[in-house]
Design a protein around this ligand. Structure first.
Ligand code: SF4
Length: 333
């Protein structure tokens, strides 16, 4: 695979072939403003430079090798990285015709959440910010539009903090995409949550809660031993009061596990300004899959407590593109 030209241009590295900054900016404009990835079409750039670019560089730092389409319109893409690792990204379309890009931040994940397929892959490596932005640029080239970006693909974004921040800066500055339409998902890395808001006070945050009880959280999200629920609540309250931004709590509803009265009572520890997203667990095991009636019961209880809650419709289940389903093993393809 060729070297991505973005690695030179975004880092302001001197590009051997030309010494003028305006050339760099011309190329960046083609990429970010015109979304043109074929160097041959950069017609206001001298032919010898275009030829050099074609011969030695690519725009993106990954290659799309497979696309799967769901009956509900969700599209999942498999990307090959330079070191032959693979990652996935998803385009989701909701019933209001809004398009959301779900982006990966790591190849695999260290967090080990039991309800997540990515965890089964183990952890290979962090993605660098050019690999992360390359996913977005590729999806832009095949999507009708873009309304929201969510870092909810493979990996824990806050575990790859520096590259995530660099990527978000490029999205905001180069793509001119509003920070209020970017959501970072986390399983609750409290120290990094504070830092994220210091960098981007208006960014959206989605926290995987999955239980209001410490012992239960630890069972399905081992990282919670390091980041206890009391510390998480304190951090979120502090951040919300300081920045007044939208924070949602993601709650995967698992039958016979986190849908009891005790679980509902646990929400008393949370302030009402959090939005709660209920996600019925999509399991092949019927003992873990909640019925629609029980989901509605849980939802009604939260509404009665004064919470603003939604039940998230599953998207892309038939192509394993929904929440917690992204993973890749070479032998499976
Ligand atoms: S849910 Fe997120 S943090 Fe947990 S293992 Fe999966 S990708 Fe990692």
């Amino acid at each position: 695979m060729k070297t991505s030209i973005l690695e030179y241009l975004l880092e302001n590295k001197k590009f051997v072939f030309f010494d003028k900054t305006f050339r760099n900016n011309q190329i960046l404009d083609f990429i970010f403003k015109k979304r043109e990835f074929d160097f041959n079409n950069y017609l206001n750039i001298p032919k010898n430079i275009r030829d050099h670019l074609v011969e030695n560089f690519s725009v993106l730092k990954l290659e799309s090798v497979l696309e799967k389409k769901s009956v509900d319109g969700t599209r999942k893409f498999l990307f090959k990285l330079n070191d032959n690792n693979y990652i996935e990204s998803v385009i989701l379309k909701d019933n209001k015709n809004r398009y959301t890009f779900c982006i990966s931040s790591q190849c695999g994940c260290k967090m080990g959440c039991l309800i997540c397929k990515t965890a089964e892959m183990g952890f290979f490596r962090n993605l660098d910010y050019v690999e992360i932005i390359s996913q977005i640029l590729y999806l832009l080239s095949v999507s009708k539009k873009l309304d929201n970006i969510v870092f909810m693909g493979m990996g824990e974004p806050l575990d790859n903090f520096i590259e995530l921040i660099k990527c978000i800066k490029v999205i905001v500055e180069r793509l001119k995409f509003s920070i209020t339409r970017i959501t970072v998902s986390t399983c609750g890395l409290t120290d990094k949550i504070e830092k994220l808001f210091e960098e981007f006070p208006n960014i959206r945050l989605a926290v995987s809660l999955n239980s209001t009880i410490q012992e239960k959280r630890e069972k399905i999200m081992p990282i919670c031993k390091k980041y206890p629920i009391n510390e998480l609540i304190d951090t979120l309250d502090r951040c919300y009061l300081k920045y007044k931004n939208r924070i949602s709590l993601e709650y995967v509803l698992i039958k016979n596990f986190n849908m009891t009265q005790e679980d509902i009572e646990g929400f008393k520890n949370f302030k009402k300004f959090y939005h709660i997203n209920l996600i019925p667990f999509n399991s092949s095991d019927e003992n873990m899959k909640p019925s629609d009636k029980n989901v509605k019961f849980f939802y009604n209880k939260l509404e009665k407590m004064g919470f603003n809650a939604t039940i998230r419709l599953r998207k892309g289940s038939d192509i394993q593109a929904d929440c917690g389903q992204l993973y890749y093993f070479f032998k499976d393809q």
